[in-house]
Design a protein around this ligand. Structure first.
Ligand code: UD1
Ligand code: UDP
Length: 367
């Protein structure tokens, strides 16, 4: 039996790495195919986890659009899948690589296993295009690896056969536990020099398509206000390489005292930064899932979320992208110790670090 493991972007690489490692550990017959929808950010992750892909489609272009990604993945995946003839293809999450690969697999009648299945907002354009990527991938999937009870319920509500749904936890926790190291020293001296004990370090990440333009301007302006009005706050933002994000970050935050705009970090330093910071402001999916394991409160810079579990547990709060709202919520966590403690001392609802093992067990058992 042959398993194909496909991914293309930073978060997929992080979340698929534990499955690749589990297949290696068990000496299974598998092939790793990367689309390289992301290039530098994917390569960083391949290196951290020591993964050498069997195939690399190398599709990324500057400022690429969705038509280009979808058509390139479908066209370039075809000959590889026809040659490799896998018995199952594993895809992860909600990217265009995920959806287009599932469609290519369907055209070739190869069963699909979807890792991180069942997350939903039911809002067609938020997150865009990820919500519809997820829904379409579900229709094309044969084995649904739901991270939580809630995601399983969503799939059942859409008519997915319950016997095809497996609650596994999220593989991002497996990845995090493989990488976290409290003694890690940054290679970038700037990150070592920051006084994490006496300063309140805010870690920011923002990259979502639906936040381009005004929402991102509001978010960055709120961050600027927070550092300007709190002398003990430092803000670190590893800026996503998307040109739309770079432009706005440079416009609003470049040159502001106590704001550090840096390159996207390798996974090891990024996890360490999450571990050392005081508070996280993010529109990222993966960061929301990781932060509770490190005891860090998260303010989610989005209107909707397909990850309500952390909000229900109380480690994350949905604050949107309105400048005043972000300032108020962040200020509360900077000034009110009990509000901070309340958000930083809860268990992680997304998994126990054994998701990859469960997924591989199920694949072997079902095929
Ligand atoms: C993609 C996913 C999104 C995911 C995000 C994770 C889609 C449509 N979007 O969004 O779901 O949350 O990845 O980060 O699947 N770029 C580089 N180097 C890189 C990566 C990106 O220069 O390593 C630049 C390129 O100009 C590229 C642009 O960023 O064209 C956008 O990349 P793309 O994958 O289309 O969108 P993301 O916003 O990264
Ligand atoms: N991440 C990283 N370096 C960074 C920023 C994020 O390694 O500079 C990791 C983060 O820990 C998480 C993942 O990238 O696991 C999230 O990716 P992203 O926010 O790009 O995508 P999303 O999860 O929103 O789809």
């Amino acid at each position: 039996m042959k398993i194909a493991i496909v991914f293309g972007t930073r978060p997929e690489a992080i979340k698929m790495a534990p499955i690749v490692k589990e297949c290696e550990r068990r000496n299974l017959n598998f092939v790793t195919i990367v689309t390289a929808q992301h290039r530098e950010m994917l390569d960083q992750k391949l290196e951290v986890f020591g993964i050498k892909p069997g195939y690399d489609l190398d599709i990324m272009q500057a400022n690429q659009d969705l038509f280009y990604i979808t058509s390139s993945v479908i066209n370039e995946m075809k000959p590889i899948l026809m040659k490799e003839k896998p018995d199952v293809i594993l895809v992860q999450g909600d990217t265009t690589t995920t959806f287009a690969t599932s469609l290519a697999s369907f055209y070739l009648k190869i069963p699909v296993g979807h890792v991180e299945a069942g997350l939903r907002t039911w809002n067609k354009y938020n997150p865009f295009p990820e919500e519809i990527n997820r829904q379409l991938t579900t229709r094309l999937t044969d084995f649904h690896f739901a991270p939580t009870e809630w995601s399983k319920k969503n799939l059942i509500a859409e008519g997915v056969d319950e016997s095809k749904i497996f609650i596994t936890g999220n593989t991002v926790i497996d990845a995090l536990l493989m990488i976290v190291d409290p003694n890690y020293r940054f290679e970038d001296e700037l990150l070592n020099e920051i006084d994490y004990k006496n300063k309140k370090v805010i870690l920011l990440t923002s990259h979502r398509r639906e936040n381009f333009g005004e929402p991102m301007r509001q978010t960055f302006s709120a961050c600027k206000h927070l550092v300007e009005t709190n002398p003990d706050v430092e803000l670190i933002y590893p800026v996503h390489p998307n040109p739309n994000v770079q432009k706005m970050a440079n416009e609003v935050l470049r040159g502001v005292d106590h704001v550090h705009l840096i390159e996207p970090l390798d996974y090891r330093p990024f996890v360490q930064l999450m571990n050392k910071c005081y508070l996280i402001l993010t529109d990222s999916g993966g960061v929301q899932e990781e932060a509770p394991s490190l005891g860090k409160p998260v303010l989610v810079l989005r209107k909707t979320t397909e990850r309500p579990e952390a909000i229900q547990v109380g480690t994350a709060k949905l604050v949107g992208t309105d400048k005043d709202m972000i300032i108020n919520e962040a200020q509360r966590l900077l000034s009110d110790k009990s509000a901070y403690l309340e958000m930083s001392t809860k268990a992680n609802p997304y998994g126990d670090g054994k998701a990859a093992e469960r997924i591989v067990n199920i694949v072997l058992e079902k095929l």
